[in-house]
Structures are given as structure tokens and as C-alpha cells.
Unconditional design. Structure first.
Length: 365
């Protein structure tokens, strides 16, 4: 049996140590198809890391603060204050219906209805049903009328539908948007009987908006759209096209009757309206009481994920910093180490990743 000379062994060990300190295989990947272009961001929401055994979160926050960002650390599993969605007026007393996930844990909201700003209180929110009722603190303008519900639990595949709402605020602005399509299925995700699948295009910001039939009567509430990037990861490349979901109208009515019988008794039924009339009663909704200054500032959301080894090399199996635009929820870029590199250590990966982040955000040292 041959044994390597001591000098050779020492040379190999030295080489490994040198390489370990010098190589991290980090890279930057920009989302070239993102609709949002880089803006002069100053505010940043950092999503708390659920599992952070190496205490990387505070280090990352310090890095972003050193770049000049105003950083606010927020829970990763709850909506961020000021998240934008859509709602619609259901009573002349100022009751507005939206999705619970638009409001999150907030007890107040800010609404814009037909160009007028209102502050509102959350009267009821049901996370399981994903529905919430708000009430404006000031009376509604005289030209704003409650929308009417279809008093039926019958839905037909292929029936024409439309929706009005406020999607992708940072891309499309604050103007109301109208889209139309049809009912693709009378059940939702994993055959959820409470949902409809529709082809009317929806985006982040449409949640809580009304789904209309051909006569302009509400038959549902827009709830969600499939996350194309996530589906591509799970299916190995299949890209879903225009797959959106709404809560069925009769499910909404059951919720309103159970949560506020008096309000349910004032609802309008089976009264159609044209698009010009309908859009006056559709609200742009933000959770919390939001100032005009908040509205005007572009904001980032950052998520950091990592998996580390518990060995003498102190290295990551995976490390990624993902940066999103707050309004559109679009991924702007990701930086990090996508797979284990035996020649890299944690400190080097962290430093090199944030060097890439600084370049992407034009915040070089």
C-alpha cells in the first residue's frame, strides 16, 4: 500500500482551504420578462425567515440597511400592510365586500371609490372563507350605488363573465381595469366546490373584485390566480395559461347572511347594470390607513431562503435572496448559490451574494 508523502498531503489540504475561501459559485438571475422596470426604491419589506438556525436574517437586514433602505421586518405568512386589492359596494350605507387575504390582520382599510378616498373599518373577516366586510366612515357619494347579486346557485360552463378591478398597481397605475372571459369549470383548485374557474384575466390586485355575468350582476368574488412560476417548478416546465378562480356567489351570500343578517336583508338582487355604471361602485382597497406619501413610494419585498450543512466546512446546500416589487408582486431578480458547492463556505456565499444584490440594485459600496 502506497502512502502519499507528507508534503503532498499538506499541499492538498492547503489547496482545499484556499479554494474553500475563494469560490462560492454565486450568480445573479434577472427576470427579463418582468413588467416592472427598476425604480428608485427606498423602502423595503424583509420577510422573516421561518427556520434560521445560522441567524442569517439579521445579517441580511443589516446589509440592506447599509445600502440605504428603510427596512421593515414582517411575518412571511401574513399580508403586508398596504397590500392592494379590489372590493365593491354592497349597500348604500357604505358596506364594501372584499377578500380576507387583502385585509390580513388589519382592522382598518383605505378605499378609493369613483375617485374619492375613504377610510373604513373591518366589520367582519373570515380567513377560512376568504371574505371580509368593510364599512366606510364617511357617507358614499350620491352616484355610487350597491352592486346587485344573482340569487342563484346554478353556474354554466362556457357562460360569459367579466370583472373590474385594480391589478398590478406599479405597472398599470391606479386606473380601473376591465377584462372578460368565460367560466372554464364549476369547481376550483383540487375540485373545490366553493370556487369557479374562469378565463377572465386577473392579476395581483384583482382579489376581492366582483365577477359579473352578461347582465352585469355579481355571480362571484375574484379570489386568486395560479402562480405560473411555482407551477412550472412542480410540473417540470408546464406553464399554466390564464387559470383564475372566484368564490361562487351563493357561497358569498351564505357568508353575508351568517355574519350579518341585517346587511344581507338589504342586498340587491338580479338587477343588471352596464360597465360604466358598475365601475363607479368598485373600490381600490389597501389594508390599514394609508397616506398619500405611502402611495407614491415604490417598495421592495425581499425573501431569503437557505439550507445549510452541519459539518466542519460550514457551507450552504442552497442559498437564495429573492427581490420582488411590492405592488405587482413580480420577481425582479434572484441571487445566490443554487446548489451545494463543496469548495464554498457560508461567509463567502453570503458576501458574494450580497455583492450581486448591490449590483442589481445599483447600491455598490
Amino acid at each position: 500500500m502506497s502512502i502519499l508523502p507528507t508534503r503532498v498531503v499538506l499541499a492538498i489540504v492547503t489547496l482545499v482551504v484556499v479554494l474553500t475561501g475563494c469560490m462560492s459559485s454565486t450568480k445573479l438571475v434577472k427576470n427579463e420578462s418582468a413588467k416592472v422596470k427598476y425604480q428608485d426604491y427606498s423602502d423595503l419589506y424583509f420577510l422573516q425567515i421561518d427556520d434560521d438556525p445560522k441567524n442569517i436574517g439579521p445579517k441580511a437586514v443589516s446589509e440592506f440597511q447599509s445600502m440605504g433602505f428603510n427596512v421593515k421586518v414582517v411575518p412571511a405568512d401574513k399580508p403586508i400592510e398596504g397590500t392592494q386589492g379590489t372590493g365593491f359596494v354592497i349597500s348604500s350605507e357604505g358596506h364594501v365586500l372584499t377578500c380576507a387575504h387583502v385585509i390580513g390582520d388589519e382592522t382598518t382599510a383605505t378605499l378609493w371609490i369613483n375617485g374619492v378616498r375613504y377610510e373604513a373599518d373591518v366589520l367582519n373577516s373570515d380567513a377560512e372563507k376568504d371574505l371580509a366586510v368593510l364599512k366606510t366612515r364617511a357617507p358614499l357619494s350620491a352616484d355610487v350605488r350597491p352592486l346587485s347579486f344573482r340569487n342563484s346557485s346554478v353556474y354554466r360552463i362556457g357562460a360569459d363573465v367579466s370583472t373590474v378591478g385594480y391589478p398590478l398597481g406599479s405597472v398599470l397605475g391606479k386606473s380601473i381595469r376591465y377584462t372578460k372571459g368565460s367560466i372554464s369549470a364549476v369547481s376550483g383548485i383540487k375540485d373545490n366546490p366553493s370556487q369557479l374557474q374562469v378565463s377572465a384575466q386577473t392579476q395581483p390586485g384583482n382579489s376581492g373584485g366582483p365577477l359579473f355575468d352578461q347582465q352585469g350582476v355579481v355571480i362571484g368574488v375574484i379570489q386568486q390566480t395560479l402562480n405560473s412560476a411555482r407551477i412550472m417548478e412542480e410540473t417540470g416546465g408546464a406553464l399554466p395559461q390564464n387559470v383564475n378562480f372566484a368564490i361562487k356567489g351563493h357561497v358569498v351570500l351564505d357568508y353575508l347572511k351568517a355574519s350579518n343578517g341585517a346587511l344581507h336583508g338589504t342586498l340587491a338582487f338580479d338587477q343588471g347594470h352596464g360597465v360604466d355604471e358598475l365601475q363607479k361602485s368598485v373600490a381600490r382597497v389597501r389594508s390599514g390607513i394609508i397616506s398619500d406619501e405611502f402611495e407614491s413610494k415604490p417598495k421592495l419585498v425581499v425573501r431569503l431562503d437557505y439550507i445549510s450543512f452541519w459539518d466542519i466546512w460550514h457551507r450552504f446546500r442552497f442559498f437564495a435572496v429573492r427581490v420582488f416589487d411590492f405592488e405587482s408582486q413580480e420577481l425582479l431578480f434572484a441571487a445566490g448559490q443554487e446548489r451545494d458547492n463543496v469548495l464554498s463556505n457560508e461567509d463567502k456565499v453570503f458576501q458574494d451574494t450580497f455583492q450581486e444584490v448591490r449590483k442589481a440594485l445599483n447600491r455598490s459600496r
